[in-house]
Design a protein around this ligand. Structure first.
Ligand code: SF4
Length: 289
């Protein structure tokens, strides 16, 4: 594994095969810059990704990675973190993966507050499977699965994360890599479950939301003097947005103790470093038989 200190530390030899202009390039770039800024090395980072165009990011960031089942990024990330809580664990997937298939896992991960960073590549469409409607797509939008227009309104992942107990909630835009990198740095440093909802451009299957469309509507939260410790204010922001005004920045952060800090089994050392060869389970087996 490449542990060099130069700026290419997290590059792979492979070239991504995302469509030219895809917003996933922005997310990949921001993540590598954030990991570099934090002084991390590839062997200290593990990605857990789901199925979809976004899930391929595990192949194109030089670190440990597991590209797993559809909607199951968070259970896998949870297992990795509990086995070795010294790793920086990052789960990534699309809105189809995490907010349709994996919705239940998302809610419980927020509530549990394990020290993970979860990044949603939110492009409002199932893109790898060629453009079906997702739960964050625009109401009325015509797709392969909604030929007369989507009947259901989209929901807000940031509002759901807040309601479910996430202790760091932010939103970014794939076309502003410098700002997104700053969000990632804060999310990874946060000790607890951090969620970053990234509005990601899909130039192939969601062309109505182009870079130009977003650039006219995105505005940064910091300019408004938002208090990120105020959960009610964060919820109002998350619920109150419209397609004409898209807020990016840190919505909410608190310092509730992380799940792994409450586990006495992890106090001495990560599970992966604990000796298991000498465990005597005879008494347990006797009780069960
Ligand atoms: Fe990116 Fe959309 Fe192409 Fe997938 S289909 S690689 S999300 S532009």
């Amino acid at each position: 594994m490449n542990n060099t200190t130069e700026a290419t530390r997290f590059n792979t030899r492979q070239t991504p095969n995302w469509c030219p202009g895809c917003g996933n390039f922005g997310l990949q770039n921001a993540l590598k810059k954030a990991l570099l800024q934090l002084g991390l090395l590839p062997h200290q980072v593990c990605l857990s990704t789901g199925i979809g165009c976004s899930g391929k990011i595990a192949h194109w960031v030089q670190a440990y990675g597991l590209h797993g089942l559809h909607g199951r990024t968070l259970p896998v990330a949870t297992g990795i973190k509990l086995a070795n809580h010294e790793l920086t664990v990052i789960a990534e997937g699309g809105d189809g993966d995490g907010l349709s298939e994996g919705m239940g896992h998302f809610i419980h991960a927020c509530r549990r507050n394990l020290d993970l960073t979860y990044i949603i590549h939110n492009n409002g469409v199932f893109s790898l499977t060629t453009g079906q409607a997702s739960s964050t797509g625009r109401q009325g939008r015509k797709t392969q699965t909604t030929p007369h227009g989507a009947i259901e309104p989209p929901f807000s992942p940031t509002a759901l994360a807040l309601a479910s107990g996430a202790t760091f909630v932010a939103r970014g835009f794939s076309g502003d890599v410098a700002h997104l990198k700053d969000l990632y740095v804060q999310a990874i440093q946060h000790r607890g479950f951090s969620f970053v909802d990234v509005m990601q451009v899909c130039v192939t299957y969601n062309r109505e939301k182009s870079y130009q469309w977003y650039q006219k509507r995105v505005h940064k939260l910091t300019a408004e003097g938002h208090d990120a410790s105020d959960r009610n204010a964060a919820m109002a922001l998350a619920m109150g947005g419209t397609d004409d005004r898209l807020t990016i920045g840190v919505f909410y952060q608190d310092d509730r103790r992380a799940y792994q800090e409450e586990l006495p089994q992890l106090a001495a050392a990560p599970l992966v470093d604990q000796p298991i060869g000498c465990a005597d389970i005879t008494a347990l087996m006797d009780r069960l038989t």
